[in-house]
Design a protein around this ligand. Structure first.
Ligand code: NAP
Length: 470
């Protein structure tokens, strides 16, 4: 008969005492992490999927552009993971505000941080904060109906805009440039809040310049997203043929990169385009490094230095400067992860330090029961699906730790939702989200749309109350 040694440690997880895991952030990385936890049966688990918004899906709801309905439809797949009986969606709860990380950790055995990267990177140039200069994060939050969007600032910046410069040549820059160049008819069927469609309809945008500090072969946008610009109803894409002339070395380097090769082919197809009367000019301009935003009480232009790209792909200033007039500047130069109170974040990379596979490091040592996945783990890169592999890697580490006893189930504790309710928080559960979902679909139907996003926290909560009262 085996000798059972009581070492005082909690027992391994069992169906009566499952491993309780809190996943912080109900975007793709969080949902994929929850999904990976439910796809195994070796370690019994119970998962709380916590989000500070009353709605799930993170950047699928408030990142992917509303004129990309097929991409946004991934929420239907993600929803299946939310419906899993071992997963409890707990929205409208901000860790660090509604309860501290230390308090949360008393309720669970492990935490997986998947709360993404919500801040904008700064350019660090003069004039960056002039009225009329916006980070892409603000514009995207606004046009996707994020409850925390700064409507007043964004709408003031968009009023009367004729010519916009979008700084950066990633996919977010293309999203912003494309939305600005779209007609009202193109935006009408989307799930954008009505005020967003109205403000964009009223903005007399005639020219949008998307600005790369390096060459077309270094642009990070992907070919499918680039090609889409060629199909806009009332905008002509313009590219300076001189920007597409690469010397033999640069051409050879570009040929080793599939995305660059394809992008160059698309851009070269457009090199003969000329402006057309009555159509918005959507310029893609390269080798232009912003050095200063001009203006006194509002932005009036961007001063750029022409660059050349060296053999290592770096931008080298040429000492030639010019001014691009603009009454709106959108800075789309990448996202940065925010610190969560009580969690270490490398301020330079905006990511949580980890062991390479997702175990959080504190002071260089693995911190028991803490894991990280998604943008806050690897930085703001990749497509939605990239998070699946990433989350699985992190969850594999968590399960290995549970398997070898590093991570144990702490046994019964107070229910997290009851604790939150007792202190006056209003956690939003899956049924509540369903009420919001139904209200958004009903609102959309009044204008013949599949859905219209409810953009105010109060409206989201009112939809829940209305459903509860029925
Ligand atoms: P990104 O691809 O990293 O693009 C950032 C851009 O900012 C780059 O062109 C970068 O140029 C430029 N930049 C950085 N610092 C700059 C500076 N000081 N001055 C001028 N330019 C500067 O990031 P993102 O567009 O924010 O996208 C984030 C992630 O989401 C990406 O993985 C993206 O593919 C993904 N996403 C995908 C989709 C889609 O699939 N449809 C849509 C949106 C976003 P350098 O290269 O020279 O640094």
């Amino acid at each position: 008969m085996p000798v059972v040694v009581d070492d005082g440690a909690p027992p391994p997880p069992s169906s009566r005492s499952p491993l309780r895991v809190a996943v912080i952030g109900a975007g793709p990385a969080g949902i994929y992490a929850a999904d990976a936890l439910t796809r195994q049966s070796d370690i019994p688990v119970a998962i709380d999927l916590i989000d500070r918004l009353p709605t799930p899906f993170g950047l699928v709801r408030h990142g992917i552009a509303p004129d990309h309905p097929k991409m946004r439809a991934i929420r239907d797949t993600l929803h299946r993971s939310l419906d899993h009986p071992l997963v409890r969606f707990v929205g409208n709860v901000e860790v660090g505000t509604d309860l501290s990380l230390a308090e949360l950790r008393k309720h669970v055995d492990a935490v997986v941080y998947t709360y993404g990267a919500a801040l904008d990177r700064r350019l660090g140039i003069e004039g960056e904060d002039l009225p009329g200069s916006l980070p892409a994060t603000d514009v995207v939050a606004w046009y996707t109906g994020h409850p925390d969007a700064d409507r007043a600032t964004v709408e003031a910046a968009l009023t009367g805009v004729r010519s916009a410069v979008v700084i950066g040549v990633g996919n977010v820059a293309l999203d912003v440039g494309r939305i600005l160049a779209r007609t009202t008819e193109e935006l009408e069927p989307t799930d954008m809040p009505q005020h967003v469609i109205d403000v964009l309809a009223a903005a007399p945008v005639q020219e949008v310049t998307v600005l790369g500090r390096r060459g077309p072969a270094q642009a990070t946008f992907t070919t499918q997203e680039l090609r889409e610009l060629g199909g806009l109803a009332a905008a002509t894409v313009l590219v300076d043929p001189a920007d597409l002339e690469l010397d033999a070395d640069a051409e050879a380097r570009a040929a080793t990169d599939r995305n660059a090769t394809r992008n160059l082919a698309v851009l070269r197809d457009w090199a003969h385009h000329a402006p057309e009367p009555g159509r918005t000019r959507l310029r893609l301009r390269f080798y232009s490094r912003p050095v200063r935003l001009l203006g006194t009480d509002r932005v009036t232009g961007v001063e750029v230095e022409r660059t050349a790209v060296d053999g290592d792909g770096r931008a080298i200033g040429t000492g030639r400067f010019e001014v691009l007039p603009a009454d709106l500047v959108v800075r789309s130069v990448g996202y940065l992860g925010t610190p969560l109170p009580g969690l270490p974040v490398d301020r330079r990379t905006g990511t949580v330090p980890h062991d390479g596979t997702g175990r959080v490091l504190r002071d260089g040592r693995t911190s028991a029961g803490e894991y990280v996945a998604g943008w806050i783990k690897r930085g703001p890169s990749g497509v939605v699906g990239t998070n699946k592999h990433d989350a699985r890697e992190t969850v594999a580490g968590l399960l290995a730790d549970a398997g070898d006893g590093t991570l144990r189930a702490g046994g019964p504790v107070d229910d997290l939702v009851h604790t939150l309710q007792a202190r006056g928080a209003e956690p939003v559960l899956l049924e509540d989200w369903r009420a919001i979902d139904a209200a958004e679909q009903a609102l959309g139907a009044t204008r013949g749309r599949a859905r219209t996003t409810l953009h105010e926290r109060e409206a989201l909560m009112a939809a829940i109350r209305a459903a509860t009262a029925r």
